[in-house]
Design a protein around this ligand. Structure first.
Ligand SMILES: C[S@@+](CC[C@H](N)C(=O)[O-])C[C@H]1O[C@@H](n2cnc3c(N)ncnc32)[C@H](O)[C@@H]1O
Length: 443
């Protein structure tokens, strides 16, 4: 039976990645950003296309790596709005992966689900594989009706109301992807909201978005522990106003009991004593204390002054991504799976240039991620602007030149997928200072 025709159908034809959909409001006319709430339009934010592209690629990695077992994979696009994320999973994953997926789009807006199902009927997956179900209702109840291997939570604002039930719904091993758009809270600009919601504080410096991602991971880790589970971060991304973490969740009391081992503090302008503690607890590479680093991590057990403004946390002090998962997000693979091939007489009316633009957008959404995989567990995320001011060394070095110099010296280093020019490295602070004082081409 055909789904009911929603008001405003057929709207505007739109393509994201390789997938077609219809929207009531033309996203090109709306500019980059969501259709306004309360306009009666189904929410769709074209600026978040990159988040959906990464979701497709991560799901393919999880399937290939056997993270989700062998049988049917129950996936929930929990707050689905246009349903484009779940529809992109099915359409853009290779046929043999999509064939394993039973995807549910959940939303409390019946109009959104009507549009999504009509789109699915008009533009089913090109290979014809996979199942798509619409579920109307509050996510907090819908999620518990069925065990899931994959749950995506992409709310307006904080994800907190949805975490406990979503975790409880997961199979013995599952993946959760969680977005937070309350980045003003998570990055410390709204201090009281951050303390109230996440029980943390964040220094509003250049690393605030990395700290915000870590506060979100710590919140997820604690929620998982409450339900006798533990998390392993697969990927953590700051993209415009959105902070998003993807984690593998495993059932087991032992892992849950160890939750505090991965939580702690980030201290800006640390003292020699604090750097010494960070080194002795394995959170910082061995270095002389002649020149002190800009930041270091400390374990949760370290005594911290409540009014010490140098401190962010409690936050996740472990790796914020998994090497193999991130390494799979190459530009080549993104283009192969999600890049739209040029079509003659394109129904959307795209020219060759439009196809080329979309392919470049797909590639950009994963830029630096696969290289950063090599060093995602490292202690240092260094913003080059901060480095030059800290050392009083004039114009900032380029992240690429720093990475090349550090690698040449035998350390792991990579340009970071971060919203400011930055690199990650496991090099000792002395080596970073040494590399930054080498003659370099300007940025
Ligand atoms: C930010 S939008 C989701 C965007 C979407 N995931 C995407 O990739 O475009 C949030 C959606 O959550 C729905 N929503 C809000 N609260 C909900 C709840 N408690 N249960 C189910 N859906 C809810 C809204 O109707 C809206 O469509």
């Amino acid at each position: 039976m055909e789904s009911p025709e929603p008001e405003g159908w057929p709207g505007v034809l739109h393509r994201e990645g390789r997938t077609l959909c219809r929207l009531a409001v033309d996203p090109a006319g709306a500019g980059l950003g969501p259709a306004a709430k309360g306009e009666g339009a189904v929410f769709h934010n074209p600026a978040m296309a990159g988040s959906r592209t990464r979701s497709v690629l991560l799901m393919q990695h999880a399937i290939e790596a056997g993270l989700l077992g062998e049988g049917t994979l129950y996936a929930l696009d929990g707050l689905s709005a246009s349903g484009l994320r779940a529809r992109r999973w099915l359409n853009e994953l290779p046929a043999d992966s999509a064939a394993r997926i039973s995807a549910t789009m959940g939303d409390m807006d019946p109009v959104a689900l009507d549009w999504a199902m009509r789109c699915h009927e008009e533009f089913p997956p090109e290979h014809g594989e996979g199942e798509l179900i619409a579920h109307l209702g509050d996510l907090r109840t819908a999620v518990l009706e069925h065990g899931r291997h994959w749950v995506d939570i992409d709310p307006y604002g904080p994800p907190l109301p949805f975490l406990d039930t979503a975790i409880q719904s997961l199979a013995r091993r599952g993946v959760m992807e969680v977005s937070a758009t309350d980045s003003a809270a998570l990055t410390g600009s709204s201090k009281s909201a951050l303390l109230r919601r996440y029980g943390a504080r964040v220094r509003t410096d250049g690393l605030a978005h990395d700290s915000g991602l870590r506060v979100l991971l710590a919140t997820l880790a604690r929620a998982a522990a409450r339900h006798e589970r533990s998390i392993e971060p697969l990927m953590s991304i700051w993209d415009s106003h959105l902070l998003r973490v993807s984690v593998c969740v495993r059932r087991g009391v032992e892992g849950a009991n160890e939750v505090e081992d991965s939580l702690g503090w980030r201290v800006s302008s640390p003292t020699a004593e604090e750097v010494g503690s960070s080194i002795s607890t394995g959170l910082h590479p061995q270095t002389s204390l002649d020149s002190l680093p800009m930041h270091c991590f400390l374990p949760l057990s370290h005594p911290i002054g409540r009014s010490d403004e140098r401190v962010s946390g409690p936050l996740w002090i472990g790796s914020i991504g998994q090497r193999d998962a991130m390494a799979s997000l190459t530009e080549e693979r993104a283009l192969e799976m999600c890049g739209p091939p040029v079509a003659e007489d394109d129904p959307v009316g795209w020219s060759d240039r439009d196809f080329d633009y979309e392919c470049r957008r797909v590639a950009r959404s994963v830029r630096h991620i696969s290289q950063e995989a090599e060093v995602i567990d490292a202690a240092h995320l260094i913003l080059v602007d901060d480095l030059s001011s800290w050392l009083g060394s004039g114009s900032p070095p380029s992240p690429r030149a720093m990475v090349d110099a550090l690698r040449e010296a035998g350390h792991r280093a990579a340009v970071a997928h971060y919203g400011k020019p930055a690199f990650r490295t496991d090099a000792p602070w002395d080596a970073i200072v040494g590399a930054s004082t080498k003659p370099q081409p300007p940025m």
